[in-house]
Ligand binder design. Sequence first.
Ligand SMILES: Cc1cc2nc3c(=O)[nH]c(=O)nc-3n(C[C@H](O)[C@H](O)[C@H](O)COP(=O)(O)OP(=O)(O)OC[C@H]3O[C@@H](n4cnc5c(N)ncnc54)[C@H](O)[C@@H]3O)c2cc1C
Length: 400
Amino acid sequence: MSTVFEPTLSAAWARLDAVDAEVYARTRNHLGAGATGLGPYLTHGLLSSADVLASVASRQPLQVQDKLVFELGWRAYYRHVWAHRGAGIGVSLHAGPLPDEAYRRALPEDLRQGRTGVPVVDQAVRALYETGYLHNHARLWLASHVVHQCKVHWRVGADWLYGHLLDGDLASNFMSWQWVAGTGSHKPYVFNAENVARFAPEAWHSPGTLLDTDYETLDRRARDPAWRAPQAPPGVAPGLSEPPLCSHPPEALGFTAPQPDLVAGREVWLVHPWQLGTLPADLPADAVVVGVAVADFHRQHPWSERRWHFVGQRLAELAALRWFGSAAELAHALGGARRVRCVADPHLVPWLPEEAAGVEWAPAPSVFLTVARRCDSFSAWWKQAVPARGSVQDTLLQSG
Ligand SMILES: Cc1cc2nc3c(=O)[nH]c(=O)nc-3n(C[C@H](O)[C@H](O)[C@H](O)COP(=O)(O)OP(=O)(O)OC[C@H]3O[C@@H](n4cnc5c(N)ncnc54)[C@H](O)[C@@H]3O)c2cc1C
């Protein structure tokens, strides 16, 4: 799978055309094999889950219990939890193996620079910085190492990973870290060198390191507040330079401050970083399309330049006007428009509430049924979100 992600619809669809659900189910856990690489396109709305399922189902039989459907279900489930818990997903859902205070609030420098001497960790950090993409298994290993071996709080790791990923999604990211940490699951997720050797290429193998041990030892370490992976001393191995995380878009992307005059009395269609698909077919000819990014959000959740470029390039294709401003500035500018419409996304909605900005939110497309009551387990949610067993065409794509 290529780890170069072009921010175009044609690149998104080319990747989707290559997905084989049967191969995916067999090889998904292996690095360099079955993963689809659709993450950046799904996160930024160039593709929807419905696009993925409809495309795959048009080429091969696809059942609701197939692995690919299930994984898209996890994405939707985490968003369900976010919808119910709001900012609560950013703090530990329940106690983990150790109290929150037992964990450090900064990543060790050797890890940040990919020079721990543990190949699986250093390779993961390198891949993250060089591509903005990590395979799910690599994310699990890296997160587990950060939390249980380095004793760094999961939220610190989550914020760092989120910033560097092209597909950083607050729900999937925070909830996955909590699952690894044991604050959103019943036990800490640990892994050993043997597991890496099974699923990763040779350069990642880590024999003779602190991971070359049995699961009982790893679990004991995760529960021991005194255990910390020894840090590599500075200067021993050359380190990677971490790409900077930016709370505002690079100048070259052409964002300006919000300009109320340009939308006063007009109908506006907002596009934003999480909805970079096509514009609605029924958009009135005189509607103004405005791309927006909210400064308040990015102060809390900065992005790598790579991600800004991924988003900014596609946004420029969709909208001649692109605004970067505080939620208050955006609300003020949009307040003078005749009508403002937009597709909803939980990364954006809290910053531009309807009463302040007058935005009419259209629901984002979903193939899973909306589950009104909060489910604290994926299986409870799945039972309600998936209407029936059978082929995807007869169930999810009918009812979505
Ligand atoms: C610590 C950690 C952090 C993560 N952070 C994010 C994140 O910020 N954004 C994000 O989208 N996913 C995140 N994931 C979930 C998962 O790793 C990625 O969705 C997946 O690796 C993206 O690559 P892909 O498209 O090649 O995946 P594929 O395996 O090809 O899966 C196809 C799609 O299914 C969905 N999916 C697959 N696995 C999961 C999963 N475990 N949880 C939720 N959705 C899934 C994604 O939308 C993905 O694009 C994280 C997982 C871990 C362990």
